[in-house]
Design a protein around this ligand. Structure first.
Ligand SMILES: Cc1cc2nc3c(=O)[nH]c(=O)nc-3n(C[C@H](O)[C@H](O)[C@H](O)COP(=O)(O)OP(=O)(O)OC[C@H]3O[C@@H](n4cnc5c(N)ncnc54)[C@H](O)[C@@H]3O)c2cc1C
Length: 535
């Protein structure tokens, strides 16, 4: 029996449960006709046989391809609830998808049989009742930045990749190049609306807010960094800074910089031996140790140091600084001088003043190329790199067993305003780190999967060899980032620290997250390789 036939039989078997949802491979004429009648246009459901079906089984990381039988695009929370009821009635396992940028196969895998994709909920508008900006879960960050800035002159300090969507990104505690200036996006999250399944199997739509008296306060808190796919399906977020007062949209979120200085410098690997590499990372770590306090002028500077595999030929560093910061160019020059101190001078590839909105489209910080295959593993650092980490990084980057010019350590500045919030105030507990980095490999051919995955695993494990192969929270490190999901943290071959992935991601916030999952997904309807355990 073909997949198409199987899914059609399952579909027909659901009988009346599907009334009003029908959209299975509708012919264009039928759709056009439905537009002219009073009946509401059904939301789209893509099934095997649809032209785009095969493509929609994949997200950004081309390593993963799912086998879902239904991919639905509801346009409201009510339609999301309707679709979830349908999926459950069909006996299918659902999964939420927004931007499709998951590092691991939490959505695209052989177990998830239905994808509820929020792409059609991509609105960004001022909600006068909530006195906050409503952002649909499907809204991609590039659109969010554009609409917030063009209409109201504000922004939310979220991630750098314009095609990551709010749905999974905010749920995972999204961060980006403005976090040292204005905190994490979740520090500005006022409320979330989510569709979830109660213990009795009924589907509910709940809204949780930052107000601790709200009966759904824990729903809000779970979405401040608990990770996507754990607490039902977020359909809308509302953004408003805790410090905002009044009902003017222009005052509800921070204003971004008007202009930023962008710069890129590059070192020729040929001039970097182990001593110079050690000096480069030590310089970089020391600067962050001394310049990552909240509220300082230096906290408006963010850098991404990319120590590429030696086969690339270069090590590069991209920086961005709010041009409105007093002495912005002086801070940038001193930063570059401090990092390059005692090693060969880098070549300046660019140094330009750019309007902030244009800079949000800059590829300097956007992360793994979203048209390729990749594996990433993350770590928070509370202070500069240990000698063990530097030596292992050097070995990995010089490893001749792979020759991949897009394997690298992607090292991001952290701290600043992020560290002005208490570890339990949101679900993101890492509130005194100064650096967040990833060991990443990016490649194209499936035949190269094993070599690249092995390289990231080994390099990362060696960097944290004395703490079980992972950034065990201690004086130097502080765990890992759920938005850079890494299933190896569950695997004793790669994590012998005695701490689970959950402890590395959530630390002391884990018990509350378990309780929240037991409230908002008590039957474990949404499930993936790193779903938070039920309490
Ligand atoms: C190229 C690239 C650049 C990135 N840059 C950054 C960055 O600058 N900063 C940063 O913090 N992160 C960054 N990330 C990581 C990104 O934030 C996470 O992968 C995030 O989970 C992606 O969300 P998504 O909706 O796009 O992905 P999806 O793959 O759709 O979802 C990811 C996870 O969230 C769940 N989920 C999706 N939608 C919902 C929803 N509406 N409700 C509940 N759960 C949902 C999914 O089931 C899945 O488990 C980047 C990733 C990539 C690939």
């Amino acid at each position: 029996m073909s997949a198409t036939t199987a899914s059609r039989r399952a579909f027909l078997g659901a009988g009346g449960a599907l009334a009003g949802v029908f959209a299975l491979n509708q012919a264009p004429a039928a759709q056009a006709a439905s537009k002219t009648t009073a009946a509401p246009t059904p939301y789209r459901v893509i099934t095997p046989g649809s032209e785009q079906y095969e493509d929609l089984l994949q997200g950004t990381n081309l390593r993963w391809k799912g086998t879902a039988q239904r991919i639905a695009f509801p346009r409201t929370a009510a339609e999301t609830a309707e679709e979830l009821r349908t999926v459950l009635a069909l006996g299918l396992r659902p999964s939420a998808r927004s931007g499709g940028h998951c590092y691991e196969n939490f959505v695209a895998n052989g177990d998830n049989q239905a994808i509820i994709d929020t792409s059609a909920m991509d609105q960004v508008r001022w909600d006068p009742e909530m006195k906050a900006f409503e952002v649909g879960a499907g809204a991609q960050l590039g659109l969010v930045y554009q609409l917030l800035y063009k209409q109201w002159g504000v922004y939310a300090p979220a991630g750098n990749c314009p095609t990551v969507a709010a749905g999974g990104h905010i749920a995972g505690g999204g961060y980006g190049s403005m976090n040292r200036r204005d905190g994490l996006v979740v520090d500005h999250l006022l409320a979330v609306e989510a569709v979830h399944v109660r213990a009795d199997g009924t589907v509910a739509i709940s809204r949780g807010t930052r107000d601790p008296r709200d009966p759904h306060h824990d729903l809000w808190w779970s979405y401040t960094g608990g990770g996507g796919g754990n607490f039902g399906i977020a359909t809308r977020y509302w953004l408003r800074s805790p410090s905002a007062s009044g009902d003017q949209p222009e005052k509800a979120l921070p204003a971004p910089p008007r202009h930023v200085w962008l710069s890129t410098v590059a070192w020729d690997w040929a001039g970097i031996d182990e001593a110079a590499f050690t000096r480069l990372l030590s310089n970089h770590g020391r600067w962050h140790e001394t310049h990552s306090a909240p509220g300082t002028s230096e906290a408006t500077l963010f850098a991404q140091l990319k120590t590429w595999h030696r086969s690339n030929g270069s090590i590069t560093m991209d920086t961005i600084i709010d041009a409105g910061t007093p002495d912005a160019t002086g801070i940038l020059e001193r930063y570059l001088a401090a990092v390059a101190d005692g090693i060969p001078a880098p070549k300046v590839l660019q140094h330009r003043l750019v309007p902030w909105l244009q800079a949000t489209q800059w590829s300097g910080f956007t992360g793994p190329d979203s048209t390729r295959r990749f594996k990433g593993k993350s770590a928070y650092l509370r202070r500069s790199y240990t000698p063990e980490a530097i030596a292992a990084a050097y070995r990995g980057l010089s490893d001749p067993s792979i020759s991949n010019p897009t394997a690298l350590l992607m090292i991001a500045s952290y701290g600043g305003a992020v560290n002005d919030t208490a570890p339990a105030a949101t679900a993101v507990p890492q509130r005194d780190s100064i650096i967040k980095f990833q060991v990443v490999s990016i490649w194209d051919n499936p035949e190269d999967d094993n070599a690249n995955v092995a390289w990231t695993r080994t390099t990362y494990k060696n960097m944290f060899a004395s703490t079980g192969g992972v950034p065990l929270p201690n004086a130097d490190a502080d765990g890992a980032f759920i938005n850079y999901a890494d299933v190896d943290l569950n695997d004793q071959a790669w994590n012998t620290s005695g701490q689970s992935s959950f402890e590395l991601y959530y630390k002391s916030n884990l018990p509350r997250l378990k309780r929240a999952r037991s409230t908002y997904d008590p039957k474990g309807v949404f499930s993936h390789a790193q779903s938070i355990p039920l309490a």
